[in-house]
Write a protein that binds this ligand. Structure first.
Ligand code: SF4
Length: 327
């Protein structure tokens, strides 16, 4: 069960990239918090700003403006300027373990690196013991440590990447599309592994994904991003049961359906149309207006504010006014 206290706070963060042909407003005034022990998901199409947001939390990019606080410490700086304890406590699992794991190294060296860098082990015997325990925690046999990533299947490689993240004894893990490079059976194993590790170790996750089925399975709350903005945010069960923003409804309508009951819940009024416009020149007013079937005059001129539609569930759309929405 997630606690109420935020472990991470993102406050009015922007990330602009200046190019010779213009400025890309990849993330444009985004705020949210992640509570201890919860999984907070950022979803959206490619170009929505979700990955850039995750990379700012990791310290891969520094924000152009705004603040990121981790346990109350300002971490709005590149990773090399962060305190060692923050670098250790915030880890990432990347999308493709095929490229994120060094193919020339043995699994033992890959998993041991954070132990050594963070001085969590004394000698080589302790390294071997700790690596074996970490592999056991991700349901891999200990002798896998003497193999190289190319000898492993996709699910095994991602489990090694998770073991490497756990080696640093993190409290917060950014999961960047953790299952999208895997086949369906490996996906299911990695999802249940991540859920078990979270329960056992009280980890907080930031899940970055375009895959709504994984969000439904493991996330507590979700923010839907479109062209650098959060357009809807709230508890997962409320967003899936009562999606308010036309873009959220479009994403749900495009999601693969597994069960007939699920199909009956899908919104039918917003069919997916068009491509996401460029973040270099986002449409004025509501950024979704070029694709929205409900577009009104005001949508083309006035940017909608994020308003609370029901307790804890916020939406930014002119269809919803200050009053709570009853559905
Ligand atoms: Fe559609 Fe207007 Fe709402 Fe934007 S503000 S999502 S254009 S109805």
């Amino acid at each position: 069960m997630a606690g109420r206290d935020p472990i991470l706070r993102v406050e009015r963060v922007k990330k602009y990239f200046k190019l010779s042909v213009g400025t890309v407003r990849a993330v444009d005034d985004v705020s949210f918090d992640v509570r201890e022990g919860e999984t907070f998901a950022l979803v959206g199409e490619s170009g929505s700003g979700k990955t850039t947001t995750g990379y700012m939390i990791m310290g891969i990019y520094a924000p152009t403006s705004g603040r990121i606080l981790y346990k109350g410490t300002d971490i709005s700086v590149p990773a090399h300027k962060r305190p060692a304890w923050v670098k250790r406590e915030i880890q990432i699992v990347f999308q493709d373990p095929g490229t994120s794991l060094n193919p020339a190294k043995y699994v033992k060296d890959i998993v041991a690196l954070p132990l050594v860098v963070n001085r969590l082990v004394e000698d080589s015997r302790e390294i071997e013991e700790r690596v074996a325990r970490l592999l056991e925690a991700v349901e891999l046999p200990p002798d896998i440590m003497y193999r190289k990533p190319r000898d492993l299947g996709g699910g095994e490689k991602q489990a090694v990447a998770i073991a490497r993240a756990l080696a640093a004894e993190p409290r917060f893990i950014v999961l960047d599309e953790p299952t999208s490079a895997l086949d369906v059976s490996a996906q299911a194993k990695i999802v249940s592994l991540l859920m078990r590790l979270q329960r056992e170790r009280r980890l907080s996750y930031l899940l970055i994904t375009h895959d709504l089925s994984i969000v439904r399975n493991i996330a507590t709350r979700v923010a839907v991003m479109y062209l650098g903005k959060i357009v809807e945010i709230g508890p997962v069960e409320k967003i899936f049961k009562n999606p308010l923003h036309p873009y959220t409804r479009m994403l749900l309508a495009a999601a693969p359906v597994i069960l007939r009951e699920e199909e009956e819940l899908l919104p039918r009024d917003v069919i997916p149309v068009g491509e996401i416009p460029s973040a270099m020149n986002p449409p004025p007013g509501c950024r979704f207006h070029t694709r929205c079937p409900f577009v009104m005059d005001e949508c083309r001129k006035i940017e909608p504010k994020l308003l609370e539609a029901e307790p804890g569930h916020y939406v930014s759309c002119h269809l919803y006014k200050e009053q709570p929405v009853s559905q």
